[in-house]
Write a protein that binds this ligand. Sequence first.
Ligand code: OGA
Ligand code: MN
Length: 215
Amino acid sequence: MSNVVSSNHDGDSEKFLTPVASALRDSGYIVLDGVFQTEALQLLLIDIKNRSSDEFHVAGVGRSQGYQKNPFVRRDRICWLSETTPQAAFYFKWMKALQQKLNQNFFLGLNDFECHYAHYPKGAFYKKHLDAFKDKTSRRVTTILYLNPAWSPDNGGELIIYEKDSEQILEKVEPFFGRMVIFLSEDFPHEVLPVNKSRYSLTGWFRNDGQPVVS
Ligand code: OGA
Ligand code: MN
């Protein structure tokens, strides 16, 4: 894999901010391992698993009038997360620091962040898509944090990142525990291959208009 930054956690999550900003400028995406402490991530995973199934709903595609649930496109279940969730405080803090860094470096004008837990039950997938379309939405940067301990390659569920307007695969990412993927939302079509085992993540987007998305 190219574009992968790995580090043993030494308590300094903020040291990753500069590599993220540089990668978004140079190639538009990055895969990071070891940003957050294992204990914090374990509590986050417990929070996902403790939520009842009615807090999770079938995810949809499209926005506003075009919004629909389409089981041929995606089969994950999502649960929007609020900043008041104590188990996620460390995550929101880091995302705020990243927002500031990206605004300082690129003048992206990011002024909002939204995120949801995602659960892909066995058999679930998400077909190739873009998280944002130029002029139609204000999602600018996608962040995905994976929460799958002891994930093995035969569980499937890889994230495939494609080159823009092409079938060329840029990266095949295993959803390992604590791994994070960050990319420019408008530039990278991607898909999640079918999973053979429950797959958990926390997915977030930086926006630049402050309008909530329906999903
Ligand atoms: C999404 C998405 C990818 C992943 O939620 O839009 O593409 O690896 N997720 O979970
Ligand atoms: Mn996506």
